[in-house]
Ligand binder design. Structure first.
Ligand code: GLO
Ligand code: MG
Length: 344
C-alpha cells in the first residue's frame, strides 16, 4: 500500500556559501526567516544542533538554556513544525580540537559529555528523544596520537553515560569516514551498529545514513539503508549527493547520480522507511554560486527529485525485472532500468 513521507531539514542547510577558499556569497538569514521558509515550503519538521536551538550555548546557564528552549518550542508549535532531532555540535569549541569523547584531555571529554547531556534536555523540551551524534572529530590526523582500542572504550563510556542519563533517549550515530579527520573511528553503518552492541542498552543506539558519507566510504547508500533497516536501526536519514571521493559536497539529492538516488528511494520503499514516524531529511547546501533569490532551491529541488523518483520506483515494472533476473539477463535488466529512468 502506498504511503507518504515526511520531510525535514536543518537551519544550517540555508547556508551562505563560505568555503575554505572564500567568504560567504549570500547574506545570513535569521532563524525566524528559515522557519517561515520551511513552513511555506510545506516541510514537516526541522532538525537542530544544540546551538541552533540555543545560540552561544556554552555561555548560558542551565536555567537560561531551558528558558530559550521553551521559547523555541512555542515558536515551533505555533508554526506547526516538529523538532526531528537535536545534535550536540561537538566540533566547534576550543574544547573539542582534539576530539570530543575521544580527546586525550579528560577535561575536554567531560565538556563533551556535559554538553551532550544538555542536548538531551533540549530534546526533551522540544519533544524529541532522538539525539544525533555526528562524531566529527572522533578520529585522528595522526594515527600514533591516539589508541584506537582506547577510543572505542571512550566512545562506549560516553554512549553509556547518555543512555543512563535519560532512559528514553535514543542515540543515533551518523557515520562519516573522513573530513574533518583523516580517518574517523566510526566510518560506516556497520561500525555504528557494532559499537551499539557494546553499550548498556543496544536497543537505544541506532544510526543515521547520509548518502554522501556512504559514498565517501566507497559504499552504496542503498545497501547501507537495507543493512541498517535489517536491524530496525535506521532512525534518520540525510539524503544528498556526492561526486566521488572528494570533499563532502552535500549536493542536492540526485544531482550527481540519479540511478544511485533511485536505488536509495527503492530501498526506503521496500523497507517501509517512515512507517514508524521517521523523517526524510535533506542535508544539502546551495551551490556557492547560488544567488540569494534562489536560496531555497536546493531544498525544494531535493524533495521534488525524491518525489519524482518515488513515482519511478512505484511504477517500476517488477514483473519484467524478475524475468530478466530469472534468465540471468542482467544486460537486459540494466537497459530496462536506464530506459525507465529516462522515461518515454
Ligand atoms: C557533516 C554532517 C553534518 C551533520 C549535522 C548533524 O558532514 O553531515 O551536517 O549531519 O551536523 O549532526
Ligand atoms: Mg549529515
Amino acid at each position: 500500500m502506498a504511503y507518504s513521507y515526511k520531510f525535514c531539514f536543518g537551519p544550517w542547510n540555508i547556508s551562505e556559501g563560505i568555503d575554505p577558499y572564500g567568504p560567504t556569497t549570500r547574506p545570513p538569514q535569521t532563524f525566524d526567516w528559515k522557519l517561515d521558509a520551511l513552513k511555506k515550503m510545506g516541510f514537516d519538521a526541522m532538525m537542530f544542533h544544540d546551538d541552533d536551538a540555543v545560540p552561544d550555548i556554552d555561555s548560558k546557564s542551565e536555567a537560561q538554556i531551558r528558558k530559550e528552549t521553551k521559547e523555541l518550542k512555542k515558536k515551533l508549535d505555533d508554526a506547526g513544525v516538529a523538532a526531528e532531532m537535536v545534535a550536540p555540535r561537538l566540533w566547534f569549541s576550543p574544547n573539542t580540537i582534539d576530539g570530543a569523547y575521544t580527546s586525550n584531555d579528560a577535561r575536554h571529554r567531560q565538556y563533551a559529555l556535559d554538553r551532550s547531556l544538555r542536548c538531551i534536555d533540549i530534546g526533551n523540551l522540544l519533544g524529541t528523544n532522538l539525539i544525533v551524534l555526528w562524531l566529527a572529530r572522533e578520529g585522528t590526523y595522526l594515527r600514533e596520537s591516539k589508541s584506537g582500542r582506547r577510543s572505542v572504550e571512550l566512545l562506549v563510556q560516553a554512549l553509556d553515560k547518555m543512555l543512563a542519563y535519560d532512559k528514553k533517549a535514543r542515540l543515533c550515530i551518523e557515520p562519516k569516514p573522513n573530513e574533518p579527520m583523516d580517518h574517523a573511528y566510526l566510518p560506516t553503518i556497520g561500525h555504528a551498529l557494532a559499537i551499539a552492541q557494546l553499550t548498556r542498552d543496544a536497543k537505544r543506539v541506532g544510526c543515521l545514513i547520509e548518502s554522501a558519507h556512504s559514498i565517501l566510504a566507497g559504499l552504496d547508500p542503498a545497501d547501507e539503508i537495507d543493512f541498517a533497516m535489517s536491524f530496525g536501526k535506521l532512525w534518520s536519514l540525510h539524503l544528498n549527493d556526492q561526486n566521488g571521493l572528494k570533499f563532502d559536497q552535500d549536493k542536492p539529492f540526485g544531482s550527481t547520480n540519479l540511478r544511485t538516488a533511485f536505488n536509495q528511494v527503492r530501498a526506503l520503499e521496500r523497507n517501509q522507511y517512515g512507517r514508524k514516524g521517521e523523517y526524510v531529511c535533506f542535508d544539502v547546501h546551495p551551490f556557492r554560486t547560488t544567488k540569494p533569490e534562489h536560496f531555497l532551491a536546493h531544498l525544494e529541488n531535493s524533495r521534488r527529485t525524491f518525489l519524482k523518483l518515488l513515482a519511478k520506483v512505484r511504477s517500476f515494472d517488477e514483473k519484467s525485472a524478475q524475468k530478466f533476473i530469472a534468465a540471468r539477463d542482467y544486460q537486459g535488466l540494466d537497459q530496462m532500468v536506464i530506459e525507465h529512468l529516462l522515461g518515454k
